[in-house]
Design a protein around this ligand. Structure first.
Ligand code: CO
Ligand code: CO
Ligand code: CO
Length: 322
């Protein structure tokens, strides 16, 4: 499935219109209005991306909270969703995952209020999160304006690093840099996006930079031009691609996006796979006016592209790196 396919299926089921649903399927999270309060609802769960259970639990929480931040919201309550086999793992493992989860929930000011566990041979952990909008503004995935700049708030290539870890090509110690990024909450980026008057925002997750970038312009009168040399890529990624360490999801994402994208001739296949690499707990993609970039001074961010009048396509420009 490509970006939005699940939403298309849900749409085609003909969900009854309810005016309380301010944002339904198709954005990072839903927005539901009740008693004058606008609630944000989202769910996400992942299989292990690192070997250490505590760190896995912590990363999964950052990943699950991200969709609330991508809407400009503040999460406050969460329910755990666990797939766990007592045959394959000691309960000690589950305890460590939950300890890791709580370490991040504490930082984020979110209460764990319950959860559910099913017997599952493949370990899974995630959260259903409820938040509220911090302001009157909703940071929707669409809404970018011609002339806006696109920034990203974390480097990409995290999927290649975790694939290499699973493939035994790198050790736990070699992924500290990637883990640091996956454990970085998108809370600060979200607040700055709101303060900057951002016109659109989404987070980079399973569909990679191009898939989520495409969601910002599809069905719009805009193209998104991404300047490849400006895209921050995590260290050692090209070395690992050369060893074949590419997640299957990157190939799926590339085959979905390639007829919606115009790649400059200088963009190599390896670079395309970096641009479609699925991210766990990736950064925010934020559309804003160039004059508002100063709101991001003092935190990591990179301007990587620009929106222009067009037909809902992605254009990737580049040079002959790698
Ligand atoms: Co999202
Ligand atoms: Co999500
Ligand atoms: Co958003």
């Amino acid at each position: 499935m490509g970006p939005g396919d699940l939403e298309d299926i849900v749409h085609n089921l003909g969900i009854r219109h309810n005016p309380a649903v301010i944002i339904g399927p198709g954005d990072d999270a839903a927005v539901y209005e009740i008693g004058g309060l606008r609630l944000i609802k989202t769910v996400d769960l992942i299989t292990p991306v690192v070997n250490d259970p505590f760190t896995y639990g912590a990363i999964s929480v950052c990943n699950s909270l991200s969709d609330v931040y991508a809407m400009g919201g503040r999460p406050f309550a969460a329910l755990a969703i666990v797939g766990f086999s007592n045959c394959d793992y000691e309960t000690e493992v589950l305890k460590e995952i939950l300890k890791g989860a709580l370490s991040i929930l504490d930082i984020a000011g979110v209460s764990l209020v319950g959860g559910h566990c099913i017997d599952d041979r493949e370990l899974k952990f995630g959260l259903s999160v409820t938040g509220v909008l911090s302001t009157n503004k909703i940071l929707t995935v669409s809404g970018a304006r011609a002339g806006d700049v696109l920034i990203i708030t974390k480097p990409i290539g995290l999927g290649i690093i975790t694939t290499a870890l699973k493939g035994g090509k790198i050790a736990d110690d070699d992924i500290a840099h990637a883990v640091k990024w996956m454990l970085t909450l998108n809370d600060e980026a979200s607040v700055r996006a709101l303060n900057s008057g951002a016109s659109a925002c989404t987070d980079v997750t399973g569909f990679g930079l191009l898939g989520h970038g495409y969601n910002m312009v599809k069905d719009s009168g805009l193209d998104l031009v991404i300047n490849y040399p400006s895209v921050p890529v995590i260290e050692r990624v090209f070395e690992l691609i050369d060893m074949g360490m590419v997640a299957a999801g990157a190939y799926n994402n590339l085959s979905y996006i390639k007829d919606k994208t115009d790649f400059s001739d200088s963009i190599s296949n390896e670079q395309k796979l970096v641009l479609t690499d699925p991210q766990t707990s990736g950064g925010l993609l934020i559309a804003l006016s160039e004059e508002s970039l100063c709101h991001f001074n003092g935190m990591f961010y990179a301007p990587i592209g620009r929106f222009q009048k067009g037909k809902g396509r992605i254009i990737v420009t580049g040079s002959n790196y790698h």
